[in-house]
Structure formats: structure tokens, C-alpha cells
Design a protein around this ligand. Structure first.
Ligand SMILES: O=C(O)CCC(=O)C(=O)O
Ligand SMILES: [Fe+2]
Length: 204
């Protein structure tokens, strides 16, 4: 936060080229963020995710949930899911990030990482159901975690820390040129929840 206003200090673009990814820092006070962490922990219909590793379907320790405007079905990592209707907590968070960013979203994938042994491998979120070059905003609650970007061809790396109550916004051609991951770590023993708000394109 700057001394002179109540706006967080925004990093307009953490990427050197081929995309726009803005880090807004903490957009919620610690008090609000604590409240949302507890509410999301208890109110979310958390389920194990399934991933295909060397042709085998495995259940992840990381828990997920998917919410949206309508009963969207959405293909993620080769599996099709159906969205649950928004609850009040999610609508309040969505309202806040839409106000801060000037973007709109119609669905959200939630991830619960119980501790640093759980993460997410390098991927990009260019699934065909998503609006082309649509913004994806990632809101974090709980333990601070490192987040990495890797350029698909130059292999350049960019790293940042996602803090409790913070907002990261991936826009423009970010998904086309960059992979991102949440690396595992032995240093983090507390849970983290992320909310990735997205726009499903109904016309596709
Ligand atoms: O947990 C995060 O911050 C990232 C999650 C992510 O990349 C995704 O859900 O696609
Ligand atoms: Fe992602």
C-alpha cells in the first residue's frame, strides 16, 4: 500500500514480452482475507481432482471446486466438469475483483492446497471453452506461495510471491506464450486457497 491512498501498488506487467500479467498485491485487508479464507474453507464443495499421469487416472491431494453463472460444462485437463451456482461469498469476491480490474467473469475454479507438498505443474489455461485471450484472475488466500512463469519458446522464467488476499491478472496473449505453475515446497506447512475467475465463451 502507498502512504497516500488506499489503492494497492500495482505491478502493471510482470512479463517482459508476449503477454500482460498484472500483480495488484493485496486487494483485501488481512481481516477481510482471513474471513474469506475461513468462509471458503467451510462453504466450498471441495472434491479431489483427477489427473492423467502416464495414461493413468490419479486422484490429486489438491482439492478443487468449480462455480459459475450457469450450469456450464467445462473441460479442464481433459476432464469435463459442471459448474455449481455461485454462493454469496464467491459473489462478493467476484464483485470486488471486477471493480478493481474492470474485467468481468462468469466462472471460477477454486483450488485448495493443504500445504507446500501440493502444487500445480506447468500449464497454460488456453482451453477451448474459454474466451480467446480473456482475462484470468487469480485471487489467493492463506499461505503465501511462489508462482512461476516460463516462456514456451525462449524458456525465460519469471517468479513472484502470491500473498494472502492478493490478485494476479493474466491477460492478453499470456496463455498463448507462457506456462505457469505453483511449485511445491517443504517450507510451507499451512493451506492456501486460490480462486481463478475465467470467462467461458458460450458461443463456442
Ligand atoms: O493456484 C494458483 O494460483 C494457480 C492455479 C492455476 O493455475 C489454475 O487453476 O489453472
Ligand atoms: Fe492455470
Amino acid at each position: 500500500m502507498s502512504l497516500f491512498d488506499d489503492q494497492p501498488d500495482i505491478i502493471e506487467n510482470i512479463l517482459p514480452y508476449d503477454g500482460i500479467t498484472s500483480y495488484y498485491g493485496k486487494i483485501f485487508s488481512d481481516e477481510e482475507a482471513d474471513h474469506y479464507f475461513e468462509a471458503l474453507m467451510t462453504q466450498t464443495e471441495w472434491k479431489s481432482d483427477q489427473a492423467v499421469i502416464f495414461g493413468k487416472v490419479i486422484e490429486t491431494k489438491r482439492k478443487v471446486a468449480w462455480y459459475g453463472d450457469e450450469k456450464y460444462s467445462y473441460t479442464y485437463s481433459g476432464r469435463t466438469k459442471t459448474a455449481l451456482p455461485w454462493n454469496r461469498t464467491l459473489l462478493k469476491i467476484k464483485e470486488k475483483i471486477e471493480a478493481v480490474s474492470g474485467e468481468t467473469f462468469n466462472s471460477c475454479l477454486l483450488n485448495l492446497y493443504h500445504n507446500g507438498s501440493e502444487g500445480m505443474a506447468y500449464h497454460s489455461d488456453g482451453e477451448k471453452d474459454l474466451k480467446d485471450n480473456g482475462a484470468i484472475s487469480s485471487v489467493s488466500f492463506g499461505a503465501a506461495r511462489k508462482f512461476h512463469f516460463k516462456h514456451k519458446t525462449t524458456k525465460e522464467l519469471v517468479s513472484l510471491i502470491l500473498e494472502h488476499g492478493s490478485l494476479l491478472m493474466m491477460k492478453d496473449v499470456t496463455q498463448k506464450f507462457w506456462l505457469h505453475r505453483l511449485p511445491t515446497t517443504t517450507k510451507v506447512i499451512r493451506p492456501r486457497i486460490s480462486l481463478t475467475f475465467r470467462t467461458i465463451d458460450r458461443s463456442k
